[in-house]
Design a protein around this ligand. Structure first.
Ligand code: BGC
Length: 745
């Protein structure tokens, strides 16, 4: 086989050692022995990544000689190349090259491959690390069987601006929750360790602060203090490094005037320096070349120089490296050692994935079929989807709806939709019907009793102003005992390049709601969206609201499970829902200010608006259950702790309702006095517990110095002695129990 030829070269170089002996050598030695044999052009080839022929998210350069470049060893990686068959055919081309270095196949496997899971923001609302990890594992299992070695996920950008379309792709606003989720996703994709057949490389993106784009406009600049960067935006990236993430992607934005792609402080000083990251960094799509537009470099030659110097190892699609690095080395602008370091990092991962031992190990059509048709995956997706649905309102316990209800009117433009349920970043897997989705209609139909009459009317489209369907919807509603209205965004209204300045419910859907409301029938609203929307009228007038986000291929089943009580909703919001766009950015962990916001009308005395409440519609951490929980017996092991001691906190939670359920018990701290002002609340721990109806459990938290520390003025991570408020709640705005303690010197 061809790859054995490349090994024979290495074998020669290693003084005629046997193949088995070579395999036993530490990877770093094997990498060095390959590097030794490479020409400069071949090295630069490894730093070059091309798009294949799939959906592109940026300008595509079409090279008529792509195949030739690959067989000449001028390309190190392809993205958007799917399926065992196609990846194999490209790999065969790479095996024709002199060095026979295997290609890496990268793909945006963001929330599932064939089996689509809820969008990442929805999953984040489960606060369930096992579920989140499992979802990534299933995605990795299917993707790796389809030839993929590398997913461009997780996106760990903190996002506090729902106008930004990519809020859907992250884990919300909080650095603590975001860090745990980053870890769970990395571990899920990489299956603990690279090298297994079900493991793909994860990629923590977008480094850094991409989520803080000014005005929520995608790709926009970021202007941010170092303190905010370290305290809020970097922790999930650090958590990804600690979890062993194989790769990083830098980002499109500039930060304080320096594009992230050419940012030495971020990539060399922090990531590869302070954090000791040993993997490699890929640019975002074309972002090396885009530094010219940013106004930081004159031409592509300077762009390549800036990016490689700053620590960006691989150039996605801009071809700046390919066309300029040789010259830069010859001009003594880029030391060979810098190129070698980047190549070494990439080869290291190719070895870890086992590609030098078998470049085709992930392109196995038989295994692909097996993974894509594994019935367990749909079952897992259904469970994860149910865990991601947030119950926002449930007046008079309208939900769960009885399966024996005589007549249900299921109305709205999303009831029978298929693909909409997938949300942005779904994948068209070759040979798979992209409508392989359980619609909401199908899910509900499968769930209700045979005697239930299920009526349908579309009512209107998601967008546009056509109200022709209203009359039919009202007439259907009048015949029903309960109305279920499914409305929201289109799947591509949130996602990359999907920023919106108005984040209300699109089109005439809210008008449809008003017409249905006028019938006087009880009304449950399902809101399908990729971001927090503003829907105050519905929030005030619907009897029940489920925020379903985009739930993926099992959406219909999961929604039915929740609507009819087979699953008691347990999710809590991972991001604040504003009451109006004017409140943005809005997040729970704000400072107190000199004139604290109390919500009263004395505007000179508090930081507020003349024309809007300062409070969100729904706070971070909020979410209801069909049952109720009572919190009691908050106990602290001591009123004072030394910095080397741990404070033990215990609290008892009782399920006082008639349904079994899960509660996410949240622990917040406030450091009362700090050399840098501290937020009024910071999530520091939580516990998701299952309780049978009537059952109670005592749960424990441990508070150590780490949880009390923050970045001080010198940007040192340290705890300052003094008083702390400890708050235990069901949401950031529903604190049930409080106490204080002191950290001693
Ligand atoms: C996005 C990245 C993505 C890449 C490759 C870019 O436009 O910002 O998140 O991984 O495209 O598709």
């Amino acid at each position: 086989m061809n790859f054995k030829l490349s090994l024979s070269l290495i074998i020669l170089c290693a003084n005629m050692a046997s193949f088995a002996q070579i395999q036993q050598k530490p990877i770093s030695q094997r990498v060095d022995s390959v590097l030794l044999l490479m020409t400069l052009e071949e090295k630069i080839g490894q730093l070059n990544q091309y798009n294949d022929d799939w959906t592109a998210t940026g300008p595509v350069t079409v090279d008529s000689d792509k195949a030739k470049q690959i067989s000449n060893g001028q390309v190190g990686s392809l993205l958007n190349c799917l399926g065992a068959e196609r990846t194999r055919s490209w790999q065969e081309k790479a095996m024709q090259s002199r060095m026979k270095i295997p290609l890496l196949f990268g793909q945006d496997v963001i929330h599932g491959y064939k089996t689509t899971f809820p969008i990442p923001l929805a999953e984040a609302c489960s606060w369930d690390m096992d579920a989140i990890k499992l979802s990534a594992q299933v995605a990795a299992n299917e993707a790796s069987a389809g030839g993929i070695h590398w997913t461009f996920a997780p996106m760990v950008d903190i996002a506090r601006d729902p106008r930004w379309g990519r809020v859907m792709e992250g884990a919300g606003e909080d650095p603590y929750l975001g860090s745990l989720i980053a870890k769970a996703r990395v571990q899920g994709f990489q299956d603990e360790k690279l090298g297994g057949i079900n493991s793909v490389m994860a990629c923590a993106k977008h480094f850094a602060a991409y989520g803080a784009a000014i005005g929520g406009r995608d790709y926009n600049s970021v202007d941010m203090s170092d303190r905010l960067l370290w305290e809020t935006y970097l922790p999930p990236f650090k958590a990804a490094v600690d979890a062993g993430v194989a790769t990083f992607m830098n980002s499109f934005n500039d930060i304080n005037g320096v594009p992230a792609t050419g940012n030495t402080y971020l990539q060399r000083d922090i990531l590869k320096g302070k954090w000791g990251f040993t993997g490699f960094v890929v640019s975002d799509w074309g972002s090396v070349g885009e530094m010219i537009n940013h106004g930081n470099v004159k031409n592509r030659y300077e762009a390549a120089l800036c990016a490689i110097t700053a620590g960006c190892d691989m150039d996605m699609e801009s071809r700046c490296y390919k066309n300029n690095l040789t010259q830069l080395v010859n001009d003594n602008k880029v030391p060979l050692a810098l190129i070698d370091d980047a190549v070494r990092r990439i080869l290291q991962k190719k070895f870890e994935l086992g590609l030098f031992d078998d470049p085709y190990r992930f392109c196995n059509a038989e295994r692909e079929q097996e993974a894509l048709n594994n019935p367990e995956h749909a079952k897992i997706a259904r469970k994860v989807a149910a865990k991601s649905i947030v119950l926002l309102k449930n007046e008079n316990q309208l939900l769960p709806v009885s399966k024996n209800t005589k007549t249900i009117a299921f109305i709205g433009p999303l009831v029978k939709a298929l693909k909409q349920n997938k949300g942005f970043w779904d994948i068209e897997v070759p040979g798979v019907d992209s409508n392989f989705i359980v619609s909401q209609w199908e899910g509900v139909q499968n769930c209700v009793s045979a005697a239930t009459k299920l009526l349908y009317a579309k009512g209107c489209d998601i967008e546009g102003d056509n109200k022709d369907g209203f009359a039919e919807a009202v007439s259907v509603a009048k015949q029903a005992d309960v109305i279920i209205l499914s409305i929201g965004e289109k799947r591509d209204m949130s996602g990359e390049a999907r920023s919106r300045s108005k984040i209300g419910i699109p089109g005439v859907q809210e008008d449809l709601f008003k017409e249905l409301l006028a019938t006087g029938k009880p009304i449950v609203v399902l809101i399908n969206a990729g971001r927090p929307l503003v829907f105050n009228f519905i929030a005030g007038h619907a009897n029940a609201i489920l925020y379903t986000w985009w739930l993926g291929s099992e959406a219909g089943n999961a929604i039915a499970d929740v609507l009819f009580g087979d699953y008691n909703p347990s999710a809590k919001l991972a991001i604040t829902f504003p009451r109006s766009v004017g409140q943005i950015p809005i997040y729970y962990s704000h400072f107190n200010t000199g004139r604290p916001a109390t919500g009263d009308a004395n505007h000179h005395q508090n930081s507020s608006y003349l024309d809007e409440s300062i409070f969100p519609e729904y706070a971070f951490g909020y979410g209801l259950s069909y049952t109720s929980f009572v919190y009691s017996d908050l106990k602290l092991s001591s009123a004072k702790i030394k910095s080397n001691e741990t404070l033990e906190v215990s609290v008892t939670i009782k399920n006082t309702g008639k349904y079994d359920g899960e509660e996410i018990v949240q622990l917040y701290l406030r450091d009362k006095v700090g050399s840098i002002a501290r937020p009024t609340k910071e999530l520091k721990d939580f516990s998701k517990i299952a309780l049978k109806a009537g059952e109670s459990k005592t749960i424990k938290f441990a508070i150590d110095k780490e949880k009390l520390s923050f970045y001080n003025q010198k940007l040192e991570w340290a705890a300052e002695p003094g008083d702390f408020d400890l708050m235990i709640g069901a949401s950031s705005d529903d604190i049930r129990l409080k106490d204080t303690f002191e950290l001693l010197n």
